[in-house]
Ligand binder design. Structure first.
Ligand code: F0G
Length: 378
């Protein structure tokens, strides 16, 4: 089974005293890159995908402790924080950058609340392509800025919010100056469908409901397209999940049915007042018999903590919005105990560490056993 053993001559002398005979290791089988895994659904004839950072293949964790507390026996968390740049954006960015290279683009550009820029910067670096990111001043989590800068992207901050930044970026794209890699780029949506494919592949069927945060509304659009494509291709029994989207109360244009001029929320990733894929989100909601609702900043932060303390998964605030919504629907009897519910944790908590309350600054104690036991109360 697997690959043939490969001799490792430089290790052998060191191991000889421990184990007689020649030492061999098995070459570690590498996971198939995401776009290759779903080539039949995503690739154009003869298309190559030379760029990959190991995106996708994220864990689908059965959240047993949290599920029990919420009254759900089959609550799963799909943790997208394990993607190369720590968010789901990498699934679509890998396709967008591969295609930008093929099309001979001079540069890529995006507006972002932080994760798109971190992802674009990384994949552009891997592609050897200049990358420009346009960010709303003062509203992007610190670690996302660090990721973007570390990868060598040119960062331009604007005196405006995400929606204004995206409008300006789309105008740049229309002039052919650079390829826009926001989710208005269909390659982004196509690549993000792989999240839905992986869920069906893992469960053996589509779940009953999928919950996720909604900002620019590309992801809910992509998941619905992914489940639909799988169903149409006969890879499921035809059933598709109800799509449950959650916006932050201060940035809930789809819920209110009107643009929000000055969106505000602690979940800066979804601080968006005029989603580009608004129509896609509404279609996903209506065609699936789902819902799009708002959750408060308090519900978001409380759920972020709860996911970390009950399941050991540290996600960013926006990611917790979906689970906060699930908690409410379960409480109101709109999700049932036996239903299989998957909530997408879209980004890693380490991207926004400032949001977690700093421990109260008790002074250091003596480094001895007695002092430690006193401090631990054990
Ligand atoms: N969760 C996280 C962590 C995000 O970064 C985003 C969007 C969303 C959810 C919402 O997804 O926009 O497809 O509805 N972040 C974008 C960005 C806007 O620029 O990084 P969506």
């Amino acid at each position: 089974m697997g690959s043939p053993p490969v001799p490792v001559p430089f290790l052998a002398p060191m191991l000889r005293p421990l184990r007689k005979g020649s030492y061999t290791r098995r070459a570690m089988p590498q996971p198939t890159p995401l776009l290759e895994r779903y080539r039949d659904l995503l690739a154009r004839p003869g298309e190559d995908f030379p760029i990959s950072l190991g995106e996708g293949g994220t864990p689908l964790v059965h959240a047993q402790r949290l599920g029990a507390a919420l009254g759900l026996d089959a609550l799963f968390l799909k943790f997208e924080g394990t993607n190369p740049t720590g968010s789901f954006k990498d699934r679509g960015m890998v396709l967008a950058l591969n295609r930008a290279v093929t099309s001979g683009a001079r540069a890529v550009v995006c507006a972002s609340t932080g994760n798109t820029s971190a992802s674009a910067a990384a994949y552009a670096a891997a592609a050897g392509m200049p990358c420009f990111v346009v960010l709303p001043a003062g509203k992007v989590a610190r670690a996302k800025l660090a990721q973007t800068l570390a990868a060598g992207a040119r960062m331009i901050t604007v005196d405006g919010n995400f929606d204004e930044a995206l409008t300006a970026v789309r105008a740049l794209g229309a002039q052919g100056v650079a390829v826009v890699v926001n989710s208005v780029n269909p390659d982004r949506i196509d690549g993000q469908q792989t999240g839905a494919f992986e869920i069906v592949d893992a469960l053996g069927r589509a779940p009953d409901a999928v919950a996720l945060p909604v900002g620019n509304a590309g992801n809910i659009t992509a998941y619905w397209a992914g489940f639909s494509l799988y169903a149409a291709g006969g890879r499921t029994d035809g059933a598709r999940p109800r799509m449950l989207g959650f916006q932050a109360e201060g940035a809930a244009p789809i819920v209110r049915g009107a643009q929000v001029e000055a969106p505000e929320t602690v979940a800066t990733a979804i601080r968006i007042g005029n989603p580009a894929s608004w129509a896609g989100a509404v279609a996903a909601r209506d065609e699936s018999g789902g819902t799009i609702e708002a959750v408060s900043d308090e519900e978001i932060l409380a759920m972020q903590r709860r996911i970390a303390t009950t399941e050991g998964i540290f996600c960013e605030p926006a990611s917790a919005a979906g689970v906060a919504g699930v908690a409410r629907l379960a409480r109101e009897g709109r999700l049932h105990r036996s239903e299989t519910v998957v909530s997408i944790l879209t980004g890693h908590g380490l991207k926004d560490p400032d949001i977690v309350e700093a421990p109260t600054g008790s002074p250091p104690i003596a480094a001895d056993l007695a002092s430690l036991r006193r401090a631990m109360n054990l």
